[in-house]
Design a protein around this ligand. Structure first.
Ligand code: GTP
Ligand code: SPV
Ligand code: MN
Length: 641
């Protein structure tokens, strides 16, 4: 048993002294606090007993040199940036306003699904029975004993010589009945700064904790670096592990500083723990964007859409519609928390406060709104740097001269390697988005009219199809597949099952998750219509058949008119597809719509076999019978077609 030695018994006295320093709140005083002439900053005295106990236990385990409770102030942010510059973690990008470049260790560039685990008493809480004792594609189970061992093998003393930051944060607007609070302790200033962008953090959250003491405990350390040459980005890739214990509201992450591995409010809390809370409390925590669309008649509706990582959520959430008279506004680009209100309307909030968006492919042509958002107050990670102090990535436009790549080496277009890492990202405050919706922070959430599922399907999967009913829609979500992307450690372009775009993010047994979704359909509720879309079908030459991006507005238009009972559809084996001329294609030259909407029988009979195999091998007896019924319908529809 380790001694608690960081926060002494008389800490209140010490904190009072610190308070005197900080009350004037000169920037210099604050920086001194961060750099370490004092061990505790004054906010320590403001912690509620539960938070304080968590901080004390974490400090006892990790043995940091200093403890700093984040207040969320601008002075604190400035001090963090200065510290990170000194440590070599960030460098300024003078071409823009308060923008920063980070290069990570090349071994720490994306989520690591193989090292991400969910802990519970029983394996079946986490993975379906069909995979008991084996590796499951639908989540990694870890026993309580192995969980504890993973922690004691890694954390004792892991923060020696460093500052432990305490980040009180809220997922969702502070005070919304749909929001939840977390406290992340971390030894990474980069994580603190990013959490400041991605969540609401600081004193206002501590205030909220005084009213409701409940919070999710998040412990993060970048670990002891295994590669001393990359001191600006300490990490421990060989021992990286990301652990969740939903029953204890606890997340523990070691060894990685990147994205969803370390910004624990995002995938770990808002999706993995969130999905467990949502099931318990009767709502939905989903990997979905939320977007508002106003038609030329001025009617506004909101849509939520689940696409796997790097499959177009941010782009759809910020799209510039090609159809005249339509207006798109962004509520969120990655995560939706949704709950039916007392009137039976599904309401969604975006629990995040910023965008952690894929950089490559973002350009004035594809996503002008993102381009208008990201050149202020943004941290860019693993993009390329230009000689005038700017950034560049593949797909932004012509490569400028003298580019330095994401590893810090001179780069040329003939290099054969990308200048920006394919999973390089921008981290930008949401309120900078020029089309942020005026309801994006609404406490009760926005009403959802339709839910889209989709993925990267080069073959066989039509541009858009509407589910016949809620149960059929749940089947569409359950049978989603998509090409692997650089957002996680998978390589190549294999087509992976990714149900609900949640495969890496389920916090509990996928069979139970399906039952939970099915149980949403209740008397007195207005069920959103469900659709499956595919922007990524290709021809024999490997070119996309659909122009995508702003032209996706044409599909949204059909979806919205379907919701209003207006657009024409015809029954097809997969569901309802646009009737002839019901999808607007005016002004699109050389479009092979027939092919885009086609559903080749052989392809779909094979797809049905793959789905059956997946259901049997991965879910087994935990699969709700409704899913077998839907698979039988799918086969019958194609046999009769
Ligand atoms: P995560 O942040 O990982 O969850 O990704 P995301 O789902 O938000 O994906 P994002 O919108 O960032 O898009 C990922 C990549 O797909 C980018 O390179 C985009 O340029 C590209 N992309 C997005 N939408 C479209 C589209 O409609 N058509 C085509 N061809 N590419 C698209
Ligand atoms: C995703 O992979 O879906 C992301 C990026 O949004 S990360 O935050 O790293 O999870
Ligand atoms: Mn995402």
């Amino acid at each position: 048993m380790m001694h608690f030695k960081i926060i002494p018994e008389n800490y209140v006295n010490k904190a009072a002294k610190c308070a005197q320093i900080a009350l004037g709140c000169s920037r210099a005083a604050h920086q001194t606090a961060l750099r370490g002439s004092i061990k505790l900053n004054p906010q320590i005295a403001t912690l509620t007993p539960k938070v304080r106990a968590f901080v004390e236990r974490s400090a006892a385990l990790c043995e940091p040199e200093h403890v700093h409770v984040c207040d969320g102030s601008d002075a604190e942010a400035a001090a963090l940036l200065q510290l990170m510059q000194q440590q070599g973690t960030v460098k300024p990008l003078p071409k823009y306003d308060n923008c920063w470049l980070t290069r990570t260790d090349p071994a720490d560039v994306a989520r690591v699904e193989s090292r991400t685990f969910i802990c519970s008493e029983h394996e079946r809480d986490v993975v379906p029975i069909a995979r008991a004792g084996q590796k499951s594609a639908l989540g990694n189970y870890i026993t309580p004993a192995d969980y504890d061992k993973a922690v004691t093998d890694r954390f004792p003393g892991c923060m020696r010589g460093r500052t432990m930051y305490v980040i009180p944060f809220s997922m969702g607007p502070v005070g919304s009945p749909l929001s939840k609070i977390g406290v992340e302790v971390t030894d990474s200033p980069y994580v603190v700064y990013s959490m400041r962008v991605m969540t609401r953090m600081g004193n206002k959250v501590l205030d909220a904790l005084r009213k409701d003491e409940n919070f999710v405990r998040c412990l993060h350390s970048v670990g002891r670096t295994s590669n001393p040459s990359t001191t600006g980005w300490p990490c421990d890739p060989p021992r990286t592990i990301i652990l969740h214990r939903p029953t204890d509201n606890e997340i523990i992450s070691y060894g990685s500083g990147y994205g969803g591995n370390s910004l624990l409010g995002k995938k770990c809390f808002a999706l993995r723990l969130g999905s467990v809370m949502a099931r318990r409390e009767g709502w939905l925590a989903e990997h979905m964007l939320i977007v508002g669309i106003t038609d030329p008649e001025g009617r506004k509706r909101y849509i939520a859409a689940a696409f796997p990582s790097a499959c177009g959520k941010t782009n759809l959430a910020m799209m510039t519609p090609s159809l005249p008279g339509y207006k798109v506004e962004c509520v969120g680009d990655d995560i939706a928390w949704m709950k039916f209100d007392k009137n039976g309307v599904l309401r969604a909030i975006n629990p995040e406060n910023g965008f952690f968006g894929v950089a490559p492919g973002t350009s004035a042509g594809t996503n002008p709104v993102a381009m208008a958002s990201v050149f202020r107050n943004t941290v860019f990670t693993n993009v390329a740097e230009t000689s005038d102090g700017g950034v560049w990535w593949e797909g932004m436009g012509a490569a400028p001269e003298n580019v330095v790549d994401w590893k810090g080496k001179p780069w040329s277009a003939t290099a054969g390697t990308p200048a920006a890492h394919p999973n390089s990202r921008f981290c930008t405050p949401a309120n900078q988005c020029p089309i942020i919706d005026d309801q994006w922070e609404s406490a009760e959430g926005v009403p959802i009219s339709a839910i889209l599922f989709g993925g990267r399907r080069p073959e066989g999967v039509p541009l858009v199809v509407e589910a016949r009913d809620w149960q059929h829609g749940v089947f569409m979500g359950a049978t989603m597949r998509s090409e692997a992307t650089a957002a996680a450690e998978h390589s190549g372009k294999m087509i992976m099952h990714d149900p609900f775009a949640m495969r890496p993010f389920f916090g509990y047994n996928f069979g139970d998750y399906l039952r939970h979704w099915l149980s949403m359909a209740q008397e007195g509720r207005t069920m959103p219509k469900i659709f499956h879309v595919n922007w990524f079908r290709k021809n024999e030459q490997g070119q996309f058949l659909w122009p995508g991006f702003g032209e996706n507005a044409r599909v949204l238009e059909w979806v919205l008119r379907r919701c209003a009972g207006a657009a024409a559809a015809r029954d097809a084996p997969l569901g309802r597809v646009p009737a002839a001329r019901a999808l607007r294609t005016d002004g699109l030259a050389g479009l092979d719509l027939e092919r885009l909407l086609s559903t080749p029988r052989d392809f779909w009979m094979n797809e049905a076999d793959c789905i059956e195999k997946y259901f049997k091998e991965e879910v087994g007896d935990d699969l709700p019978n409704e899913m077998w019924d839907e698979l039988n319908k799918l086969r019958k529809n194609f046999e009769q077609a």
